[in-house]
Design a protein around this ligand. Structure first.
Ligand code: C2E
Ligand code: MG
Ligand code: MG
Ligand code: MG
Length: 282
């Protein structure tokens, strides 16, 4: 099929593309309903401190329990939500739900730990500090419960206002970490301008360790430079002991990945908390 678009040039479609567009529209219209009908839910994946072998944080990861398609991955719907603007409401829901969960864990007598929430670049607007304050107050939890994972693309935009918003967030007592580090364009020296506590090395650099000499060199270099600049470092996507041993050797602080746990629901996470992971470090 050939359609003429508004500018008079021709656009070629094939069946696959039609299906792709139909699939998108389907997800797009479903997301608003999902928010109202509470079809989203959070899983939690532990972050483990290498030195102590203990869980020191949980990353909240969204899932969509779709009534007919089953569980949908955020990789499928977050990019669409970012384009349509619905991400603002979704990320607010995540922030609120994570704070509500923190309150439940605190009420259950669990020692506070950080819950890390992913924030889309689009979400990083001037009212974010206020929305964080509101979520913390609504559930009566301390800011120490909360960490935000942001991406490098955020550092590239409108820097002065981004620095100001980050300053307001960290002043509340919420910590910031830089997700998927190494995949964007920010240099470590550029990072000095931002109040970022932790760098999270992207999984793509962890995957090839220890065979891939380049991955080893990149991960090792990020860790040693980050430490000199007083950032903490976490590696994501750690799946085996060889990766763990390498990261331990080069001084990585924290670890997250299937080696310790997949993302799990709040009840399972509570059980993981009582476990000591030190044995797995040997
Ligand atoms: P991310 O923040 O970089 O999260 C890490 C992803 O890697 C998660 O995928 C996690 O399940 C997966 N993962 C963890 N350990 C391993 C491992 O050992 N091996 C492998 N192969 N994968 C591992 P997930 O949950 O599908 O999330 C994908 C992305 O979607 C996230 O990447 C994040 O960018 C985005 N996302 C998830 N939840 C939210 C949310 O609530 N809000 C926003 N804005 N984005 C979210
Ligand atoms: Mg993340
Ligand atoms: Mg990540
Ligand atoms: Mg990632």
């Amino acid at each position: 099929r050939i359609d003429s678009n508004a500018s008079g040039s021709y656009v070629f479609y094939d069946n696959e593309m039609d299906q792709h567009i139909a699939g998108r529209l389907y997800l797009e219209s479903g997301m608003l309903r999902a928010l109202h009908l509470n079809e989203f839910f959070l899983l939690y994946q532990p972050k483990i401190e290498i030195a102590s072998g203990r869980i020191i944080a949980a990353e909240a990861l969204i899932r969509w329990a779709h009534p007919t398609k089953g569980t949908i991955s955020p990789l499928e719907f977050i990019p669409i939500a970012e384009e349509t603007g619905l991400i603002l409401q979704i990320d607010s829901w995540v922030l609120d739900t994570a704070c509500a969960q923190a309150r439940l864990w605190q009420d259950a007598g669990i020692t506070p730990f950080r819950i890390a929430v992913n924030v889309s670049a689009r979400e990083f607007s001037a009212d974010l500090p206020d929305r964080i304050t509101q979520a913390l107050q609504a559930h009566e939890i301390s800011a120490a419960w909360l960490e935000l994972e942001i991406t490098e693309s955020m550092l590239m935009r409108n820097t002065e206002s981004v620095i100001k918003i980050m300053g307001q967030i960290t002043a509340l007592g919420v910590s910031l970490s830089l997700d998927d580090f190494g995949t964007g364009y920010s240099s470590l020296s550029y990072l000095k301008r931002f109040p970022i506590e932790t760098l999270k090395i992207d999984r793509s650099f962890i995957r090839g360790i220890p065979e891939d000499q380049d991955d080893c060199a990149i991960a090792g270099a990020i860790i040693s430079m980050a430490k000199q600049l007083k950032h903490k470092v976490i590696a994501e996507g750690v799946e085996n002991h060889q990766q763990l041993n390498f990261l331990k050797k080069v001084g990585c602080d924290e670890i997250q990945g299937y080696l310790f746990s997949h993302p799990v629901d709040a009840d399972e996470f509570k059980q993981l908390l009582s476990r000591d992971f030190r044995v797995r470090f040997e």
